[in-house]
Ligand binder design. Structure first.
Ligand code: HEC
Length: 106
């Protein structure tokens, strides 16, 4: 019984570690949803410039997002957590102009 408890403890520690590893990895699929539905395309492509991942190179996106506080729309980013920003960056960099798979939003 003691042995079983030890095995279960070891298993749950391993599962937690795997969970953490996944949480730490930016998620481009989630970024796609955040960019297109939740935070960015609500304006971009409507009331603001038609920004798709393919609008910029990977370096341009990284630079723009690293300095997001300086963007004209920074005040509209206040609900975007650091994790969400990382997911959005993963999505736009994956579909950037100079990526293997340039992505347009429409
Ligand atoms: C409330 C509307 C609004 C929202 C939401 C919004 N933006 Fe903007 N954004 C603007 C406006 C307005 C400008 C300045 C004029 C323009 O580029 O159309 C701008 C400018 C920018 C620029 C600089 C211009 C360029 O082409 O490089 C970037 C980059 C940008 N936004 C990215 C984003 C991203 C990424 C999000 C989602 C996290 C976002 N914006 C959310 C309205 C918005």
């Amino acid at each position: 019984m003691k042995k079983l408890a030890a095995v279960l403890t070891a298993l749950s520690v391993a599962a937690a570690a795997v969970g953490l590893a996944f949480a730490a990895e930016p998620n481009a699929k989630k970024g796609r949803y955040l960019y297109r539905t939740k935070y960015c395309r609500t304006c971009h492509g409507k009331t603001a410039s038609d920004l798709s991942p393919a609008s910029k190179t990977q370096a341009e996106w990284k630079k723009a997002l690293a300095g997001w506080q300086k963007l004209p729309c920074a005040k509209d980013w206040k609900d975007v957590s650091a994790e969400d920003r990382a997911d959005i960056q993963a999505y736009v960099v994956e579909g950037a102009k100079d990526s293997p798979n340039p992505t347009k939003c429409n």
